[in-house]
Structures are given as C-alpha cells and as structure tokens.
Ligand binder design. Structure first.
Ligand code: ADP
Ligand code: MG
Length: 711
C-alpha cells in the first residue's frame, strides 16, 4: 500500500478529501473507476443538434455578442445560423466573456443544448479554438468520477494520472491471468486496462478496458462460487430436522393465510432441513412479498427440533423490528420458543448475559446484526443461519462456519428480483425459491412521474397526508451542495457508480439541473412547511448510531418527513409512510427506484410514489415510464435487461445488485458465460489454485475473499 502523499502534487489536504471518497492509498486510487465519461464528439451542423445533450458547433460570428439584463442577471447572447437552422448561444452572469465574442471570431462552442419556446438554445458553452478542439479534445473521453465536497473532478484526474506513472502500478497493474486464458478470451492486459479505463483514447479502448476489468471481477466471483458449491453439495447435515407437530401447528395458526408462493417456500425449506443434507437456499422475493414470516417458520422449525437458529440483518433498527414481530407471534400462539436480540449498541453486561443464554442454549433463536458472530458468541448447536436483506456477500456464512460443529443450514433472503436467466448463472451454487406474488388485498402503489414544476403540488399533497397522520420520505441523490452525487447504495451495498450524470462538465445551466441534496432540501422544506411538521435528515456521512436514531424516530412517529439519500433502509416497515417522493429520479437505476418505492405501501392506507424527472431526455422518460406503469419487480428487472444491453458503455449502472464494483449483470451479461467457463477450467486443472503460473491469481482471490466476506 502506497501513501497518497507520495504522489507529486498531493498534499495532506487532497489526501484527506480522497479518503472521504474511500480512497486511502495509491492502489485504491488506481482502482477508482470513473462512474461515467464525457465524450467530445465532433462539431455538428445546427440541424443535427439534439436537445438535452452536450454538443459542439463550429462557427464564425457574423456580429458582436449582445448583452441583456434580466431579473438581475447579465445575459450575453450570440445568434448563429446555418443553412438549415438557427441557434441562440447564451451565457448567464459571465459579462466578461463578451470581449471574446466579436464579429469574425472563430470558435468551437460546446455546451448543453435545450429547447425553449420552440427555439434551440445552447447554454453556458465553453469556447475552444477550432484547431485546439480538433487536436486536443475531439474523439476523446474524459473520465467523470464520483466526487464529494472539497474535491473536483480535475483534482481526481490529476491524481490518477500521477498514480498511473508511479511505482504503485508495478503491483497494482501486475498481470495475473495466464497468457493462454487472456488470448482465448481476447483480453487486454491488466496494466493497460487500468490506464485505459481512466483515460481511454476511444470508445473502443474503453470498451476493451472495461471488458478486461469486468472479466477479472466475474472470474473471481465464479471461482469462489464454484468452490462454495463444492463445499455445500451433498454434505451430510448434523442438524437434520424431524417431522414436528408444533411446527405444523404453528404454520396452520398464523394470523394470516400464507400465499401459495410462501407456503411452497416453507414446504421446500422444511424438506431441505429434514433431508439429511445441508441446506443452501436463496429465497428471492419482491419487497413486501412476505419473506420474513417464511424465515420465522424456518427458525422455529430448527428450534423445535432442538437446534439454535440465528438471523442476521444489516442494522439494529431492522433487528429490533424482526425481534418484536417474532415476540408478538410467539405470544399470540403461546409457542415454546426463546428468542433473544443481540446488537452492538447493547451494554457490555447485557451482551454478557445474552452470550450466556446462547451458550447454554436457553436461547434458541437469536436475531441481530454482525454482533451475532463476534468471537465471544458461542452457540450450543447452531443449526440454521438466515441472512436477511443482504446481498449474498454476507459475513454470516464464513463466520457461522467457524462455530463448533458442522455446517449449519443456510437461508439467504434477497429483495432484488433478477431475471431467471441471470439468476440461474449468478446463484448457480444455491437452490432458489421465489416468492412471485404479493399477499392479497394490498392496495397497489399509485405512481406518477412529473417535472420540477409539480413540486408545489407535491408538498401540498404531502402536507395533507401528514394531517392524516401519515408520513413521507423524500429521496435526493446528493448529501450537500458540494456533492456530485453520493454513490450511496441501498441495503448496505458498496458504493458503486449507480448514478448517471445528465449533462457534461460545462452544465449547470437551465436544462442541466443541479442535483437536489439532503442538507439544502431539508432546510428548504423547513421554510415551506408549517412549524408543526417535523423534518428529519438521513445520509451516509452520518454515524451509524445517528442514522439508527433518525430511522427509529421516523418509525415511532417523532418525525413526519424524512429527507434522505438512498441509504434509507431496505426492509424497514413503517406502515404509516404513504408517500415516497424521489428527486432527480432519472439519476437512479430502475431496480433502485423500485426498491425505494418498496418503503411505502406497507400499511392499509393508499400509498403514492412521486418521481421528479429533471431530465429532458427521451430515454429518461421512457425508463421512468416503466416504473410508473408497473409495480412488479421481476417485470421491471426484465425491462432493465432489455434496455441495458451489452456494449452500453454510458448511462445508468446499478450493479448494487450483486455487490460488484465494476461489472454490471445486465450490461455485461455476455461476459458471464466466458468468465464462468474460465473459472471452471482453472479449477478443473488446479482445484486449489496452487499451480505454478497461478500465483498472482491466488493472491487476487484471497484479497477478493477478504473484501467480499464470501466463503
Ligand atoms: P419482505 O419480503 O419485503 O421482507 P415482509 O416479510 O416484511 O416483506 O412482509 C411485508 C408485510 O406483509 C408484513 O407486514 C407482513 O406481516 C405482511 N404479510 C406477509 N405475508 C402475508 C400474508 N400471507 N398475508 C397478509 N400479510 C402478509
Ligand atoms: Mg424484509
């Protein structure tokens, strides 16, 4: 690991700003993949300009620029025309630019184009001398990185350029794939791909660089997946469950009738647990489909059979919620079960007490956060581990396996619907159960996609809901005004480049909207809403204790509106929340929007999802139309698959899904096969990855395991 300050031009201050982006050394900087690129296309004729895009035109001015004043702003205008069209070019509050804009001046103007009252306008463009543009910019792709306050894209670019020339590249860019494998799959070499992913000379280069880096990631993923499969396949279980009347009775006496899909899942799971082999199952179901009760039944079954069951969830709020629901169920049915809650925030003595109960088996069901598998926790006979709302990369398995005794049964629950074709490949090491229908009688969420002009109505609507004792979420893509975007994922995803950027570096004008941010938005709402409306804030830069407190306040009704980034927790049940309003909705991926929407519609009352579309691009409207017209997560996922085909280098990426950092299961579907085959071949000839020539690969793999917490 090389310190950032070793790089030329990087002092403590920049290093500090980089560390806020999660970059703590040069090696990590090299792997800080741009979230998007700005492409400098050749200048166009006016009739070819597309509103909503950043474009370039090349022209010689016929007359001097004019200067107008409007609403306290200075506006500099030039009008240009060619045989087939007219274009107005405007600069707001940049009076000094006028001196460059004399008749006869020849420039390439590059800026965002939009339409207003039937006129084509280019806003705030940058000026280039035509020869400079052609030589220095045209055809190039400039990287755009996730940023945060205190650091500019230019600073990151310069730091990356330094890093690429530094010694750290020797290790970070070392080739680790056998020559043969690279040739067969037509892969660029490692160091070249790192260079080119930051500074591609062309689309083709970018595509090849990304292809290589995605291949790496998928190969490691499949290597682990296949090893894991060997581990689980046909393993005799030490926790074989027997038929249990109490379990059957509990299932029959639930406060509601299970849906067919739930009942089927329960049956399959209990069959797995009594089969004599270790269960390794994924339970996939849309938000609100009722996975929790299925997990409760599985845990109860294990407990009735004399084993312990542990359920791991990402946060304490969720742990408490599950614990309370289970307790209520146990009391209602007078079940002989003894659940405990175990969270990191408990006092040491309280924890000791719980550890004791677990060790002595007085507790048979344990619900908690990562605290479940702290070293001090010793289970008497842990027969089942359930992981809720986690991507498959959870610490649960590996940690569970460190426990004494054999391999426990494993049940993973995921609320991310994935098309079946992909799910078979990505979950190839597990058995899968799908809950494909929501419980009956739920009111479908009413959706609307509107422009920013609708905000006032939305606030009025929200206020009316609050008067009915309902609550509202408002999601913004950024944390504060300095943010490019947060890169925050839902459900504990690693930060990934999930958001797109509409305009270009020269945006910030009319059509190119600023991103809404949590800080300013909450302040603004404070001014708009009457005093009695209580407004809270939630984002990823808050301490986790603070976050949990805010979430709990919202859940308990001490807050009416929660302004948040996408960190709002998956799985938290706030039945009183009836409105989900999403700002800059076009910046989110479809699945992510669907997940966010799943935070409402959990109670009896009608719920609403209001998506504010600040883009004037047609694609954005089309994508949001899909979400507006369907509440079915599997359908939305299949539409995602259709819209984001291979070769789509730009635009929304939302690979939070599987916890990948670079690869996107939709965009990079074509690589899944080859990477899987390569993993198969490697393991066939070298099952433990120890052969000469595989040293680099073995090292990568162990690093990857560390990072992914994957057995
Ligand atoms: P998720 O699959 O997103 O985890 P939950 O398990 O939290 O969903 O269930 C959502 C809500 O639906 C809960 O309030 C739960 O009690 C309720 N629920 C689950 N199954 C049924 C059912 N079969 N009939 C009616 N309500 C149900
Ligand atoms: Mg859930």
């Amino acid at each position: 690991m090389t310190e950032l300050t070793k790089l030329k031009g990087i002092g403590e201050k920049t290093a500090g700003a980089l560390s806020r982006l999660g970059i703590s050394c040069v090696e990590e900087l090299l792997r800080y993949i741009p979230r998007d690129y700005e492409e400098f296309e050749a200048p166009k004729a006016i009739y070819e300009l597309r509103p909503g895009r950043t474009e370039a035109v090349d022209c010689i001015l016929r007359s001097d620029a004019s200067v107008n004043r409007y609403n306290g702003m200075t506006i500099v205008n030039v009008n240009i025309s060619d045989m087939a069209g007219r274009l107005q070019i405007s600069w707001y509050n940049m009076p000094y630019i006028r001196q460059n804009l004399r008749a006869g001046a020849h420039y390439v103007f590059r800026g965002r184009v939009y339409e207003k009252n039937g006129r084509l306008i280019m806003g705030q463009p940058k000026l280039y001398r035509p020869e400079d543009f052609e030589k220095g910019y045209q055809g190039r792709l400039m990287p755009l990185y996730h940023l945060s306050s205190g650091i500019s894209n230019k600073t990151v670019m310069k730091a990356v350029a330094e890093a690429l020339g530094s010694e750290a590249m020797n290790s970070a860019g070392a080739e680790f794939l056998p020559e043969e494998l690279r040739r067969k799959n037509g892969l660029m070499d490692e160091s070249e791909s790192i260079k080119r992913v930051h500074f591609p000379g062309s689309r083709k280069e970018l595509s090849e660089a990304r292809r290589r880096l995605c291949f790496d990631e998928l190969l490691l993923f499949f290597l682990l997946q296949k090893k894991r499969k060997q581990l689980f396949t046909d393993k005799t279980s030490e926790y074989r469950c027997r038929p249990e009347l109490r379990f059957l009775k509990m299932t029959a006496d639930l406060p509601f009738e299970l849906t067919t899909a739930q009942a089927e899942a329960v049956k399959t799971i209990s069959r797995d647990m009594s089969s004599g082999r270790v269960m390794n199952r994924l339970l996939e179901g849309d938000v609100g489909s009722g996975k929790t009760i299925v997990a409760f039944l599985a845990m109860a079954y294990a407990a009735f059979c004399g084993y312990q069951a542990a359920m791991m969830v990402p946060t304490e709020v969720l742990a408490k919620q599950h614990y309370e629901k289970l307790l209520a169920l146990i009391e209602r049915q007078e079940l002989p079960l003894r659940p405990v809650l175990l969270c990191g925030s408990m006092t040491a003595s309280e924890k000791e007490r719980i550890y004791g109960l677990i060790r002595s088996h007085e507790a048979d069901i344990v619900i908690g956060t990562h605290a479940l598998f702290q070293e001090k926790v010793e289970y008497d006979s842990l027969g089942l581990v359930v992981t809720d709302e986690q991507h498959r990369f959870g610490v649960s398995q590996r940690e569970a396996m460190k426990q004494k005794g054999g391999l426990p049964h494993m049940l993973f629950m995921s609320a991310t619907p994935i098309p079946r074709t992909l799910s078979m490949i990505l979950y190839g090491d597990m058995d899968v159960s799908v809950i494909d229908k929501l419980p009956e009688g739920r009111l479908p969420i009413k959706n609307t996609v509107v422009g920013p002009g609708y905000r006032r109505n939305a606030y009025k609507f929200i206020y009316d809901e609050i008067k009915k004792k309902h609550r509202a979420y408002i999601v913004c893509p950024a944390i504060d005004a300095g943010d490019e975007d947060t890169g925050e994922g839902g459900s504990g995803e690693r930060a990934g480049s999930k958001l797109i950027r509409e305009g270009a570096a020269s945006g910030g004008f009319a059509g190119a909207q600023e991103l809404e941010n949590v800080e300013d938005y909450a302040a603004k709402l404070g001014r708009i809403f009457p005093k009695e409306v209580r407004i809270g804030k939630l984002h990823g830069r808050m301490k986790s204790q603070e976050k949990e407190q805010v979430m709990q306040d919202f859940k308990d009704g001490r807050l009416d509106i929660l302004v948040s980034t996408t960190v709002i927790e998956v799985g938290v049940d706030v039945p009183e929340a009836t409105v989900m309003m999403i700002e800059n909705a076009e910046r989110f991926g479809l699945s992510q929007l669907h997940q966010l929407r799943g935070r409402v519609g959990r109670g009896q009352a009608q719920s609403y999802c209001i998506m504010i579309n600040t883009s004037d691009k047609e694609e954005a409207a089309e994508r949001l139309g899909i979400i507006r017209d369907s509440n079915d997560g599997f359908f939305i996922a299949s539409e995602d698959l259709r819209l984001r085909g291979p070769g789509d280098l730009f635009g929304v990426r939302q690979s939070g899904e599987m916890g990948f950092e670079i690869a996107d299961i939709y965009r990079d579907q074509a690589l899944l096969g080859p990477a899987g085959d390569a993993a198969e071949e490697i393991l066939a000839s070298d099952p433990d990855i120890k052969a000469p020539g595989h040293e680099g690969l073995a090292k990568k793999l162990s690093l990857y395991m560390e990072k992914s917490y994957y057995v």
